[in-house]
Design a protein around this ligand. Structure first.
Ligand SMILES: Cc1cc2nc3c(=O)[nH]c(=O)nc-3n(C[C@H](O)[C@H](O)[C@H](O)COP(=O)(O)OP(=O)(O)OC[C@H]3O[C@@H](n4cnc5c(N)ncnc54)[C@H](O)[C@@H]3O)c2cc1C
Length: 318
């Protein structure tokens, strides 16, 4: 499905890869700068991570909150309103050499542009349990900043043993009655300072050497089925919220070996800009962000990329 005209042979000013908050914001800005962007949205993952959540209460401009998929539909409509051409396909290959970049999509069709904005996001690691997926947005979350507020006075579990798990657990103590950290090993991977802080907190308990076997609950989470990895005993933990904090992988498969990455695996950009080490290639959103990873920061980053591309194209033309 596509919106607007689709002329494969032309060399466009800009192609945007990804249809999350970063990609659509870059599209709104570049479209309003008359650059006629083509946005490759992805096929099954179009709309990005907010398609997997329910209420979004922290995106400014929506005082009553908005459902994630509704917010992304608004983004799409706004980008289309200014003439963004949208292809609901996956990019399968990128040739970033030279002044004209080539983008190949799943159907085999190719498109060319002077500039590319990469906004492919990142993926939270999952436990890989069927009920984890089913109860996502109904008690299972990957983001305490986003969803902690919904768990006031409740018993919550955090899965993981790294710095981000400790950060999530400490943040959740602001709301939760109790926070139980479930960790596969008997020591933390987290830095000593974060581990000490979490272990000293009166609301936080630790369950060591333990794997999550299942997430329990019909419409909402009611508990976890746990297995002790030392003696094999099984138990249940009654919780109404589960925060999975076992890592996050920036989606860089398309550009590995083609643009520089940071030690954290995100696409490296120059300072506060969106410029990668490859001329004409820009990046925005969670794919460049190991730290904040919010819809609003991704949008801001998409705006930066659009303005950088605008300057790049006007320099090329002058
Ligand atoms: C369950 C959940 C709830 C969240 N809740 C909130 C919240 O309440 N508030 C908040 O601010 N943030 C929330 N977040 C975080 C927020 O969703 C992300 O920070 C934000 O979506 C990042 O935007 P992005 O545009 O960088 O990437 P994404 O939204 O991840 O979008 C990436 C895009 O890239 C596309 N893509 C990837 N590979 C390809 C390819 N090969 N070809 C074409 N397209 C491709 C995908 O289709 C997708 O459209 C939540 C995240 C999760 C997982």
């Amino acid at each position: 499905m596509s919106i607007g005209e689709n002329t494969a042979s032309q060399v466009r000013d800009v192609i945007i890869v990804g249809s999350g908050p970063a990609g659509y914001t870059a599209a709104v800005y570049t479209a309003r700068a008359n650059m006629k962007p083509l946005l490759i949205a992805g096929s099954v993952t179009a709309g990005g991570e907010l398609m997997n959540t329910t209420d979004v209460e922290n995106y400014p401009g929506f005082p009553e909150g908005i459902m994630g998929p509704d917010l992304m539909e608004n983004f799409e409509k706004q980008a289309a309103r200014f003439g963004t051409e949208i292809q609901f396909e996956d990019v399968t290959e990128l040739n970033l050499d030279g002044d004209i970049k080539t983008v190949t999509i799943g159907s085999g069709e190719t498109f060319q542009a002077k500039a590319i904005i990469l906004s492919t996001g990142s993926a939270y690691r999952e436990l890989g349990l069927a009920n984890e997926k089913r109860l996502s947005g109904h008690g299972v979350s990957w983001c305490a900043t986003c969803d902690g507020f919904f768990f006031k006075d409740q018993d919550i579990a955090v899965i993981g043993g790294g710095d981000s798990a400790m950060e999530e657990a400490l943040f959740l103590t602001k709301f939760a009655k109790s926070v139980t950290v479930v960790h596969r090993r008997d020591t933390l991977k987290a830095s000593k300072i974060m581990g000490d802080r979490a272990q000293a907190h009166e609301k936080i308990k630790f369950v060591w050497n333990t794997a999550v076997e299942d997430v329990l609950g019909e419409d909402k989470v009611t508990g976890l089925k746990l297995k002790n990895l030392v003696d094999g005993t099984e138990s249940e933990l009654a919780v109404t919220g589960v925060f999975v904090a076992i890592g996050n992988d920036p989606r860089t498969d398309l550009v590995k070996g083609k643009v520089d990455l940071t030690p954290e695996g995100t696409i490296a950009v120059e300072g506060r800009s969106s410029r990668t080490n490859v001329k004409g290639v820009f990046a925005a959103g969670d794919v460049i962000d190991p730290t904040y990873r919010q819809a609003i920061t991704a949008s801001g980053s998409g705006c930066v990329a659009a303005l950088d591309v605008e300057h790049y194209i006007s320099d090329l033309n002058s």
